[in-house]
Every structure is written in C-alpha cells, then in structure tokens.
Ligand binder design. Structure first.
Ligand code: SF4
Ligand code: SF4
Length: 360
C-alpha cells in the first residue's frame, strides 16, 4: 500500500475484522493496551472498538507525554516562570494543564513571560535573540521528542550559549510497560506498542517485556492488523515482539538519535502522573551538559504539590478506569475547561473520548 486511502480501505478493514472474530472465537476475554496517545485517537476516531468482538477490550495506557508529566512538574514549571528575567518556553499543550494552584496560562495572564514554541530549536533562537534573558524550555515527551531536545542542547553548547536551559521531564516508555504488567490491578494480555517511539528505539527494548507485543502504525488498517497479530499470538500461546510497522520501524531503531540521547542525557528514576516514581524511566541532562540543566542552574522556593481532587487521570493512565468512570467527564471537565491533564492534550485519553466516543 502506498497511499493514505489504501490504509483506510473499508473492505480490507472488514476482512481483517472478520479474521479477528474468527481467531478470537472461544478465547477468554482479552485485554490489549495501546501505549500511544495517537493510537487512542485513531481507535476512537475510526470506530475500531466497534469492529472487534465484545471480549476484546482495548485499554488506553500512558501514551501522552503531557498527561504523564506529574503535577509536581507543572508546579515547578510555574515556579520557573515566576523567576525574574526568565522567558519560559513550552509546547502549547502544557499551558492549560492544571498545577496545584495555577496553570501556565494563568501565570501568563498575570504577566509571566511564557512563550509557546513548536520546537526546542525555537527556544534556542529566542535565547540567541535575548542575551539579557534566561530562556528555560520545558522538555517533556518520550523517545520521540527527546532526540530533538538533545540536538538543541548540543547545538546550544556548540554556540556557547550561557542563557539557555532545559527542565527535563523526558520519559522512557518500556520501563513503564514493565511496571504496568506487574500491577495486579491491571490485567494486560498484550501491548500495541507505540509507533513513533519505536522508530527511535527499534524493536529490541520490547524483548524484555514478557507478554505479546506488536508495534503498529496509526492508520485504521495498521491498528486492526496489529490487533489481529496480537490475537494470533495469544491464541497460539506465543510471546514475541512483532513489527507490523516495518515500513518505518527498524529492528535497531535510529542509531544516530540513540547516540545523541546517550551523550546528552542520563537515565534516572522519574515520577509519572498517577504511577509514582518508576525506576530508570526518565532522562535527565548528563554531567557533560549540566550548565544547560534548569534544575541545577536556578534556586526555586519550596513547592508543595496538592493531591488531585476528583480527577482520576492516574487510574486512566494505568488503564484501570475509563473516562466514563470519572464523574467530572464531559460535565465539569471539558477540553475548554480541563480539570486534569488527560483532557488537555489532543492525545489524552479523556480528550479522545470526549471528541469521538461520547457522541457515538
Ligand atoms: S509521541 Fe508519538 S508514539 Fe509517543 S504517544 Fe505521541 S504519537 Fe504516540
Ligand atoms: S475527565 Fe477530566 S477530571 Fe476526569 S479523569 Fe479525565 S481529565 Fe481528569
């Protein structure tokens, strides 16, 4: 298949759906988790749940970088934005995420210098243009985004910039997947592994996750085929890593990006929203580049992070609850007035359900 339409061909989709029904016949209920926010969006948008037997349950996981950034990260970002002579730069999605007492959008309305950028390199440009200011970039995201942030730090180093800093909240996906399958409250039979992340890390890191894994693309036929491959593994009792997205994802991943990550970051324990601190699941700036590390370069006042009131993002990110289980969903909590991170980002599970599922 070469063109987008072909990946959305309804006749082929029906055929794959029938093959899934056939393979899943007689099997116990199957819980499959999609780890990627874009998969969640596509599943909702193209009505993929409705094309599956009732005993195949698709669970949304911690696949949105904005959603998994904990409230403590937002609180600290807000504290950075309040420092004198600082320009805080961030992706737009982060503005509306509620912290304990405020959000970056509210801080901006009150006068904080918060600028939305489309890439970390834009933040480097702002630093070059404003030598009398300190530019802090909020570095969030998975292995998809972190190489570009690493490249920006290496570039700022080459340019000998002294006023560019990154507050790194980057996350690594496979450790979170391992924690999820070890959790007795969640019953996962297979993972639909993220596509973009896998273009960087390749297929190998999933080998240590001891349940069926299939890396799948984002188009409806990709996802359906990925689900069929998972059901086939489960039906035959196999446990392996398969790659449905071979047209983009290679076994070894992107070696150049991986080297860059290794040079600029070190792997550390990291806090995930609703999941606590997960061992070796985050990337902090390495010693070599510590002059660009916002956490090491600025002193912040003590910050007390409040617990969530009513919002169940934590359990939604773990796949224990769905947005329909939240009493605030589509009432007090909407994309216009989000009460939690999962409703803010376009890749968030609550936002995806609000946009597509709530009306079907
Ligand atoms: S960054 Fe890419 S792979 Fe990761 S959640 Fe977003 S869309 Fe999915
Ligand atoms: S609907 Fe809103 S309040 Fe409820 S879990 Fe989702 S983001 Fe949180």
């Amino acid at each position: 298949m070469k063109y987008l339409d072909e990946f959305r061909d309804s006749k082929i989709a029906k055929k794959i759906s029938m093959a899934i029904f056939e393979k899943a016949k007689g099997l116990d209920p199957i819980n499959l988790m999609e780890v990627c926010g874009t998969h969640t969006m596509s599943i909702c948008k193209f009505g993929i749940r409705q094309m599956l037997p009732e005993h195949i349950n698709l669970i949304s996981g911690p696949g949105c970088p904005v959603c998994v950034s904990p409230k403590s990260y937002i609180d600290k970002a807000i504290a950075f934005s309040r420092l004198p002579d600082v320009i805080l730069t961030t992706f737009g999605d982060m503005l509306k995420v509620p912290g304990s007492n405020s959000s970056l959008a509210e801080e901006r309305a009150k006068g904080a210098n918060v600028k939305v950028v489309y890439s970390c390199l834009d933040a480097v440009d702002i630093a070059e243009e404003n030598p009398d200011k300190k530019i802090i970039f909020l570095g969030i995201g998975f292995e998809t985004t972190s190489p570009t942030v690493a490249a920006s730090i290496a570039y700022a180093n080459k340019k000998k910039l002294k006023n560019f800093f990154v507050y790194s909240g980057h996350k690594i996906i496979p450790p979170a997947m391992k924690i999820l399958i070890a959790d007795d409250d969640i019953n996962i039979d297979g993972f639909l592994c993220p596509a973009h992340v896998s273009t960087i890390i390749g297929t190998l890191p999933y080998k240590t996750i001891n349940i069926p894994c299939v890396i799948a693309g984002f188009e409806p036929l990709d996802i359906l085929q990925g689900i069929l491959m998972l059901v086939e593994q489960i039906a035959s009792g196999a446990i392996k890593v398969e790659n449905q997205y071979k047209r983009i994802v290679k076994e070894q991943g992107n070696k150049k990006a991986l080297h860059l990550l290794e040079d600029v970051f070190t792997i550390e324990d990291s806090e995930w929203r609703g999941m606590g601190v997960l061992p070796k699941s985050g990337m902090k700036i390495s010693k070599k580049y510590s002059m660009f590390d916002a956490e090491k370069s600025f002193k912040l006042p003590e910050i007390k992070t409040a617990s969530d009131k009513g919002c169940m993002c934590g359990n939604i990110l773990k796949g224990i609850k769905t947005p329909f289980d939240c009493r605030l969903f589509a009432k007090k909590c909407t994309p216009e007035k989000p009460q939690g991170a999962c409703m803010v980002s376009s890749e968030g599970t609550c936002a995806a359900y609000y946009r597509y599922q709530v009306r079907t």
